[in-house]
Design a binder for this molecule. Structure first.
Ligand code: G3I
Length: 302
């Protein structure tokens, strides 16, 4: 196959990208994205500040622009993200305790109702663990509302849209030896044991010199899958975009039956949140980089 999406589909997987609504008028951007990818994540448009700018007043205008572009171009959509310490609107940042808890529940219900039956995977909770060696939860207003906030979010999400796969999503959880990975593993194992509804784990995979790719990523994916959840690479970008590392990540997903697919976090280097690291598959002019060919070859079994 000659595109990433079609090549991934040979094994029942997808290959996606983050899409920014503000770039949908850029024909170089839309022609690459339309051609190569068959899954879309809204880079910012489905986040809390975008979808509920005032409490109880939902706004899906930007989110729907991304959603409609995706569906009109034959792509499926991952939802990102419902409960997160970051990109909260001002009104939510100032809440705490039981009123924040209720606002989180209302937010999940409001957004998931709008997209009911239309989103294949939702990142229900994003980035709840701390970096470093503690293995602790990240401090945030959500965490201070009670340690059960994550399971409440998942139970709320399951009731709101039973057709969506419900994912926990985080970064610096790719290396099996990292404390953050182990903490996330313990949480998922506990959720599965107690029947908390979780279907998938998203590994963002923002690799750079500070948190480099390690070949034990495949072990991590396998160990999570063995808990009875699907896994996905949700925000892949790699500093300098070395072709061999891109190929290895692709092969890691292909080696794990429950790996649903891979999403890269943007189209061209210039579209990246860290463009100075040139971490993506297309250069600023939209040309295919060596990493692109390496990923395509890996998806084609090479
Ligand atoms: O839209 C405003 C614009 O009006 C304003 O003039 C400009 C000035 O700062 O800001 C624009 O908003 C920015 C937005 O991206 C859109 O470009 C925000 O400041 C900026 O903070 C925001 O960054 C996003 C970041 O999440 C915020 O946390 C990145 O685009 C997005 O790629 C990044 O994505 C995250 C995932 O959601 C979660 N995992 C990590 C990943 C990378 O940080």
């Amino acid at each position: 196959e000659s595109t990433l999406g079609a090549a991934a589909a040979q094994s029942g997987r997808y290959f996606g990208t983050a899409i920014a609504s503000g770039k949908l008028g850029d024909s170089t951007y839309t022609s690459i994205a339309g051609r190569e990818f068959n899954m879309v994540t809204a880079e910012n448009e489905m986040k809390i500040d975008a979808t509920e700018p005032q409490r109880g007043q939902f706004n899906f205008s930007s989110a729907d622009r991304v959603y409609n572009w995706a569906v009109q171009n034959g792509k499926r959509v991952r939802g990102h993200t419902l409960a997160w310490h970051s990109q909260q609107p001002g009104w939510m940042q100032s809440l705490s305790g039981s009123s924040l808890r209720q606002a989180m529940i209302d937010h999940i219900n409001g957004v998931m109702a709008h997209y009911k039956g239309k989103i294949v995977q939702w990142d229900v909770v994003n980035e709840a663990f701390a970096d470093g060696s503690s293995g602790a939860r990240r401090d945030s207003n959500l965490q201070r509302s009670g340690n059960d906030w994550i399971e409440v979010a998942f139970r709320t999400a399951r009731a709101a849209d039973p057709s969506a796969k419900l994912c926990y999503n985080d970064y610096n959880v790719e290396n099996w030896n990292w404390a953050k990975t182990q903490a996330m593993y313990s949480m998922v194992r506990d959720f599965k044991q107690r029947g908390v509804p979780i279907d998938c784990v998203g590994f963002q995979a923002h690799f750079n010199s500070g948190s480099p790719y390690d070949s034990n990523f495949r072990t991590t994916l396998q160990n999570f899958a063995a808990l009875g959840v699907d896994v996905a690479v949700t925000e892949l970008d790699i500093q300098g975009a070395p072709a061999s590392t891109y190929a290895n990540v692709t092969k890691d997903c292909l080696a794990v039956e429950r790996c649903l697919g891979i999403t890269v976090w943007g189209v061209r280097d210039s579209d990246s949140w860290r463009s100075e690291q040139t971490p993506l598959l297309f250069n600023n002019s939209g040309g295919k980089k060596a990493a692109y060919t390496a990923v395509l070859d890996a998806l084609n079994g090479g």
